[in-house]
Design a protein around this ligand. Structure first.
Ligand code: NAP
Length: 274
């Protein structure tokens, strides 16, 4: 799969990852366990690494931890999660609970969720990074209204990662945030690539244009993901799914050609017309 470099370390990550909001917040009944174990195995087998969670996502961390351990996948996955609380002590408690739920010794990426108590939590994350229990640190948000604050933090703090919303219908990040992240050598994880699912629902019943094959796209999901991946500031995109068929579809966007400037504009115009 196509990969991109994390600027602060030189480590490479595959461009398509996996989001887990809602879709991994499930009770592990026998059926669900079978379904999600298959999703995780296929994800790792087809070259996926980045899996994103949060203590805010209910049982997601616990479900990932249980399945990852059972399947022996810890070394293949790049575990990203978040701290989403106020105060130093509560932040430390939260990170410790995340480690327990993941059944892991170390978390690859710890992010401050939605900038909640961002200065306090980043100070703790830096300390944990120095101690080697967190490999990378970052911040996240999902809404344009927070971009001015995101920009301030990007300028002021030394971060490894920024996670932000970006898609063909949520383009604000390309104005200032993505160029600034590139300038500051911060890796970018893109959330909400399908607008939380609305975007894909909107186009799903329409026929895929014939010219999509010019960029090796065989589905709407691939067209929408490649539109994002072609941005050089983007390190990884994390569409959420708990369905193997959708996962395979999304991972395929990490392979083959990408649209050029004209192709990207064509996709933009097409989506705007639907
Ligand atoms: N503040 C933050 O830190 C923040 C905020 C938002 C999101 N995030 C992260 O980013 C991830 C992604 O964002 P998101 O979950 O909001 O939305 P999203 O990835 O834009 O959309 C997810 C929806 O798309 C559907 N889908 C996925 N692949 C598909 C395919 N190939 N074909 C058809 N439908 C498909 C999924 O349904 P199925 O399950 O049916 O496939 C799901 O309903 C989250 O899960 C989370 O990890 C972080």
């Amino acid at each position: 799969m196509l990969s991109r470099v994390i600027p602060s370390s030189g480590e490479k990550l595959p461009v398509i990852g996996l989001g887990t909001w809602q879709v991994f917040d499930v009770e592990l009944t026998a059926d669900k366990e079978k379904q999600l174990a298959e999703v995780l195995s296929v994800f790792a087998r087809l070259g996926g690494r980045v899996i994103d969670s949060s203590p805010m996502y209910g049982r997601s961390e616990e479900v990932i931890g249980a399945l990852m351990t059972k399947l022996g996948l810890r070394d293949q996955l790049f575990l990203a999660t978040k701290v989403w609380t106020r105060g130093k002590a509560a932040g430390i408690d939260s990170i410790e609970r995340s480690l327990k739920r993941f059944q892991a010794q170390e978390i690859d990426l710890m992010q401050v969720h939605n900038l909640v108590d961002v200065e306090t939590q980043l100070a703790t994350l830096r300390d944990w990074k120095d101690k080697g229990r967190v490999r990378y640190i970052g911040i996240t948000h999902y809404n344009e209204s927070a971009f001015p604050e995101v920009e301030k933090i990007l300028k002021k703090q030394e971060l490894d990662f920024l996670q932000i919303n970006y898609s063909v219908t949520e383009r604000a990040a390309e104005q200032r945030i993505l160029p600034l992240a590139q300038d500051r050598r911060v890796a970018v994880i893109v959330n909400r690539p399908f607008g939380g699912g609305d975007l894909i629902s909107r186009v799903r019943s329409k026929p895929l244009p014939e010219w999509a094959v010019e960029f090796d796209c065989r589905s709407w999901a691939q067209l929408l993901l490649k539109w994002i991946v072609v941005q050089p500031a983007v390190t990884c995109v994390i569409p959420a799914t708990n369905k193997t068929e959708h996962l395979r579809d999304n991972l395929q966007a990490g392979w083959g050609g990408l649209p050029d400037g004209k192709g990207r504009e064509r996709i933009t115009q097409l989506i705007a017309s639907i």
